[in-house]
Design a protein. Sequence first.
Lengths: 259, 261
Amino acid sequence: MAGMFSILRKSEFLVEVGHIARFAARFFSEGFQPRYEFREFIRQCYWVGYKSLPLVGITAFIMGLVLTIQSRPTLVEFGAESMLPSMVAISLVREISPVITALICAGKIGSGMGAELGSMRVTEQIDAMEVSGTNPFKYLIVTRILATTLMLPVLSSLSNAIALYGGYLGVNIRGAVSWHLYWSQVFDALSYGDLVPSLVKTFFFGFAIGLIGCYKGYYSTKGTEGVGRSANSAVVVASLLVFIIDLIAVQITDLLNLT
Amino acid sequence: MEARAVIDIDKLNKSFGDNHVLKDFSMKLYKGENLVVLGKSGSGKSVLIKCIIGLMDPDSGTIKVLGEDISDYDRQQLDKMRVKVGFLFQSNALYDSMTVRENLEFPLRRHWMKETQERSEVDALVMDALEDVGLAHTVDMMPAELSGGMRKRIALARTLILKPEIILYDEPTTGLDPITGREISELILEVQEKYNASSIIISHDMNCISITSNRVVMLIDGKCYEEGAFSELRKSKDEKVRNFFISDSSIKDKKDENQTH
């Protein structure tokens, strides 16, 4: 009996994966054919990018500050305090900043999309769009996925800069490093091999967050309870995907010897 | 000479798993007519009009809208057909993130309006539609600021803005108080006269049916069980038909009883 349940659960998982893959394929097949919904795309970029900036910025600043303060004692122990700006820069740019930005966006944007599209589905607004001669997939889904795909790298880049500024303040709490020295150490430590893979993976993070948020919301069922469930599972699945993509990206970067 | 059928449904079948909602359902809607489809909850009334507008695909059977079979229509053909067929959703389906003006402009933008269309011309159409439902002053309000009855009227204005030949109403008075329900029913009648539109109205509301209907089709067990004028069906001896009117008449009887005491 338990074995049967396990098979059933596995097959449900595979069906879900199949549906998400088909949803993604539909995005690519419909997304690049006219009519293009520029106005809605710009509106979504504003919501996804500009409206997420305060949260991403504050988190990045605290992240840089805390990482610096926490790392100092260990480096002091090894007599490597002067390496603090380099260590903080590499940790933030390569890994921490893109992943934390993506997780914040998975929580904020993924759940927002899941809930918004879910409530549009249960209140028949998506059907109303269809009746109004609009392809709701293009208007609602393509614009949102494109917006998250393009805005996440922008947010992540800004997050890098703000987190490094937080690091500068963190370094100066117990020490005295000039602005010029701090940034020259940061830029000396960073190479294109750190920046480019980090930036490229944020496109994939953005795509995954948009895809899952939209998928969960678009196929929401069972009324208001379903809307809550869609929002919740959008966050869970998108966050999980961020880690999986990160793992794959790190492996590829390592295999290609980019770092 | 027989009146022209603007919708002709023949042997329509639709099932969800083992639940056969529509079984060889056939029906015609004639030009200028208000046809009410009456049936129990879950009997497939909403499914029927969603098949007509192309939101659901029937399993088999044909649906002719304005003389054309829509069964094999692609998206573009369906979009063209939907200019002529308006749909009023049970939940109103107003776009929460848009103002009343933007809600009304939405179908115009999609179906009719060119990028170069004069702003004043679009505004005039929006205001005309709002004046038809008596809510011109709400043009810059958000749907959340409106009452249930007002939302229904705005949804009706959005349906009317393309001046459709056929209007499908999905339970237009559900969730409204009796007075507002009556106002909406009278508005449906006014709309029919003003636009010379033909309508299919899905409803359980006896007041709405008595005000709006020219003919009533009873959807029972997935089939067109009985049809006729509202007054004729109320007098029917058939138990299945009478069941729909019992609650209505028992309320009236109780009212009369209370008034005599």
